[in-house]
Write a protein that binds this ligand. Structure first.
Ligand code: FAD
Length: 600
């Protein structure tokens, strides 16, 4: 049975060589994030992921969370103990504000740690992940009183948090939210309504759960401008910090799902018995605006879920391919004996595809994390703005493309296993099922793509998109000018893909204004084109750095040669898809709309 091993050498390479941890550690407030600290943290996290979370993953899938008759929810055996250990080790507050008990480390350093949790046990990590979102909302706009009352216990993990946006009629379209919040005249509100699909809305880890809830006050304007954000604790908290009465919020049921079985997905009822007490966060009617600021990080994290799951699916596939003996591979001098399937060229193709996608999207995500740190901590305002524009542009790509690619990579993981991939005991099928949710929650791929063509590309007439394409073109030109044949091949292919990207940008910007339906029909191919080329960009940079170190006799030569080989495979076997995507973007939108709704 395969055991998860954190890819520490690869993570360190991306952190230090591509994402610039050294530079991030020089930003004010991040001085503690030295390479030594980073190495120690990654090693500790790797142990916890391998020893505690990975063995529980399959238990979580088989047993799942259950709602009991008394309305409580029981998580699978071992999960509560693992959560307590996770909190004792301080993992929840790794990048949280030290004023509330966090360790204040940069997002860049928290990112590989998060990747390890996603690889080893996605369903477990959803609880800390949602708690982090709730912490951020309160920290962002909550009053000092709200912060003092809730944040220390949330940052330590003593209480968990949830995000309550979705209602039966309000999913992608949050303008349709109907939950009501009625002011009580004493600064508090009473909430009435139903929320669905609430991750860890109820569980047995902690004595209290702090729900962040979108609702409308009685005089609120219709649509998105009338939504406010509220803190609604499961158990009310007294002024001295002790727990008071049970609030009027309860879990009505939990869903039966395709994957992430250990994560309870709850239907929540607010106010069935007189109203759930809530406290407004920031100003009334600005809830969605606050939510969008937070969503950047939540969407980034879901993109990392994609990377984490496919790293694990890849490791499992490699272990199986080394072990399973079947047939005589063509062209190998294996004599009369059969060989492990890893020797078959088609298995190699699948493993290389999985590896290239994983390494490319890990690199894109870590580079984006570094931009987020710079966007918030760089001393120079112009640099902050530049990094923010880059990070905001990349986030729908990290979320949308990583998770879409996750479908292909986890499916290849099943395929490498042959029939055993379809049988649950190998674990390959669980990754395939678990990965399926990642393109849906925190905004579907369609919603990410609409954001990418609209707010991120057309709004500044393509300026940010063209600037990033320019940076990629520069790397392509540098690679093309190298003496090394692999680097030249990567550079030449990357340059052709940048041309595809530019033609797509040139088409999307005007189409967004004058052919909006065709532009939206091309939005997901546009997002995929960006993900593919951004991945090629970062792998091209990796290859150049690896070649430099090899020439200097520095580092592990096997590792460095593999970086170049993976980048070349990506350039020659995956990047050419950019021309098909560009064609679909610039010519396919109208074709997708050719039938009337009645004709389907
Ligand atoms: C396991 C799980 C956990 C979840 N956890 C949470 C949680 O903790 N908190 C929470 O609030 N919610 C949560 N959700 C809800 C999740 O965020 C929504 O399911 C998601 O946003 C999609 O909304 P929907 O299901 O209503 O689909 P719909 O909005 O009905 O979408 C259906 C289809 O229409 C497409 N579509 C809709 N509008 C557009 C548009 N404008 N342009 C293009 N395409 C469009 C979508 O892309 C999708 O393909 C969770 C869901 C699941 C399944």
């Amino acid at each position: 049975m395969s055991q998860y091993r954190a890819p520490l050498a690869e993570m360190q390479f991306v952190l230090n060589e591509l994402a610039g941890l050294e530079q991030v550690a020089q930003l004010p407030g991040y001085e503690d994030a030295t390479p030594d600290t980073a190495a120690a943290i990654l090693e500790e996290a790797a142990k916890f992921a391998t020893d505690v979370l990975d063995p529980l993953n399959i238990v979580g899938d088989r047993v799942g969370s259950k709602r009991l008759d008394d309305g409580t929810v029981q998580t699978p055996p071992g999960f509560k103990q693992a959560y307590e250990q996770y909190c004792e080790n301080g993992w929840l507050g790794l990048n949280k504000n030290p004023d509330f008990g966090g360790q204040g480390l940069p997002q860049l350093l928290a990112t590989p740690v998060e990747e390890m949790w996603h690889s080893s046990n996605l369903a477990f990590d959803l609880c800390p992940l949602l708690t982090q979102g709730a912490i951020e909302a309160i920290e962002l706009r909550g009053t000092e009183e709200l912060k003092q009352k809730f944040l220390p216990n949330m940052v330590s993990g003593k209480w968990t948090g949830t995000m309550n946006l979705t209602e039966p009629q309000a999913g992608s379209d949050l303008a349709a939210v109907r939950t009501r919040a009625v002011p009580q005249g004493d600064g508090t509100y009473k909430l009435f309504g139903q929320k669905i699909f609430i991750t860890y809305g109820e569980h047995d880890y902690t004595e209290n759960i702090i729900h962040l809830v979108l609702a409308r006050t009685p005089d609120a304007p219709a649509g998105v401008k009338g939504i406010s954000l509220f803190v609604v604790p499961k158990v009310l908290v007294n002024d001295d910090g002790s727990l008071g009465e049970r609030n009027d919020v309860r879990c009505v049921s939990i869903e039966h799902k395709l994957g992430i079985h250990a994560s309870p997905t709850a239907v929540m009822a607010y106010g069935d018995h007189g109203g759930a007490v809530g406290y407004v966060v920031g100003e009334e009617n600005r809830g969605l605006e606050y939510m969008f600021i937070m969503m950047n990080l939540a969407r980034f994290s879901v993109g990392m879920e994609g990377v984490g799951i496919y790293e694990r699916a890849y490791q499992r596939a490699v272990a199986y391919a080394r072990d399973r003996v079947q047939g005589k591979p063509v062209g190998l001098d294996s004599g009369a004996s059969n060989a492990p399937i890893i020797e078959h060229p088609d298995i190699r193709r699948m493993l290389m595809t999985m590896r290239a996608h994983t390494e490319s999207m890990r690199a894109v995500a870590y580079v984006t994390a570094a931009a987020l740190d710079n966007a918030h901590h760089h001393p120079d305002a112009a640099a902050r703005a530049r990094h923010l524009a880059f990070a905001e542009f990349m986030i729908p790509i990290v979320k949308g493309y990583s998770t879409e690619v996750g479908q292909e990579v986890t499916s290849l993981g099943v395929q490498v296993h042959g029939g055993m991939g379809f049988i649950e005991e190998t674990g390959a099928a669980q990754h395939f099922r678990d990965a399926r949710i990642t393109t849906i929650y925190e905004g579907t791929t369609g919603i990410q793509a609409n954001d990418l063509i609209g707010r991120k590309t057309a709004r500044d007439s393509g300026a940010t998109a063209r600037a990033i394409a320019g940076d990629i073109a520069k790397v392509a030109a540098e690679l093309s000018a190298q003496g090394d044949a692999s680097l030249r091949a990567i550079g030449t292919r990357l340059a052709a893909s940048v041309a595809d990207l530019r033609s797509a940008i040139d088409w999307i910007v005007p189409a967004y204004g004058n052919a909006a339906r065709a532009a939206q029909a091309s939005a997901v191919p546009y997002l995929k084109l960006w993900g593919l080329v951004a991945g090629g960009w970062q792998l091209g940079r990796s290859a150049a750095i690896a070649a430099r170190d090899l020439a200097a006799g520095k580092g592990d030569s096997d590792f460095l040669k593999a970086k170049i080989a993976t980048a070349r495979f990506h350039a020659e076997c995956l990047l050419p898809q950019s021309s098909g995507l560009a064609q679909a973007i610039t010519h396919g939108g109208e074709a997708a709309l050719a039938l009337s709704a009645a004709q389907f």
